[in-house]
Design a protein around this ligand. Structure first.
Ligand code: GLN
Length: 195
């Protein structure tokens, strides 16, 4: 079995690697195009999407990442990672680009400076009855979803915070830092279903 990759340019990639370790699933850091070729799936972590975008272009990864998404590689983005996967980003900084592929419009830092971070319990039916304890840190929200996108979870006010489309999975929040393993398990199933 090929390992799952975690994009390790910037952000909380260590937490994702640790999460897969906890699940007994082999995971490796992805920093170069060669690394990408040997993984069965990829996680794009939380962090800062503007920096991740710049580094991915600097390291020659932007093109290979686009090609990987287009080829059907399963990819899970958390927070900044979800921004990286979005076709359209609102409140992007000048010149910010994304890998794209996810037919969603995402707004960066959607909760504003009054509410930089917060925690809440979310219903995520696809993961079972037990709610997901979610941590949001300068988090994006999904403002619009295209036809092929499934909404996996929304806040009580209706704002969408977890989505899936074909090979792509995205959350506005960070399961990797709360010990919530079910999103990673769900993603591992997605990877194995493809292989
Ligand atoms: N605000 C960050 C961005 O725009 C995302 C924050 C996060 O990943 N926790 O990339």
């Amino acid at each position: 079995d090929r390992p799952i990759g975690v994009l390790a340019l910037q952000g909380d990639f260590r937490e994702h690697l640790a999460m897969f370790g906890e699940l007994g699933v082999e995971a490796v850091s992805v920093r170069r195009p060669e690394d990408l070729e040997r993984v069965a799936g990829l996680v794009i972590p939380g962090g800062e999407s503007t920096v991740m975008d710049k580094l991915s272009r600097l390291f020659g990864l932007a093109g290979p990442l686009k090609a990987a998404v287009a080829s059907g590689l399963p990819v899970y983005g958390t927070c900044a990672g979800l921004i990286m996967l979005a076709d359209t980003v609102r409140d992007a900084i000048d010149g910010q680009q994304t890998i794209g592929g996810f037919d969603v419009v995402v707004r960066r830092n959607a909760f504003g400076s009054q509410l930089d971070s917060f925690e809440t319990d979310l219903d995520v039916p696809v993961l079972g009855d037990e709610p997901v304890h979610a941590v949001f840190i300068r988090a994006p929200v999904v403002e619009t979803v295209g036809e092929g996108v499934t909404v996996l979870s929304a806040l009580d006010d209706g704002r969408i915070v977890a989505v899936e489309q074909g090979n792509l999975l995205g959350t506005s929040f960070h399961p990797e830092i709360t010990g919530e393993t079910r999103f990673h398990e769900y993603f591992v199933e997605k990877v194995r279903a493809r292989v």
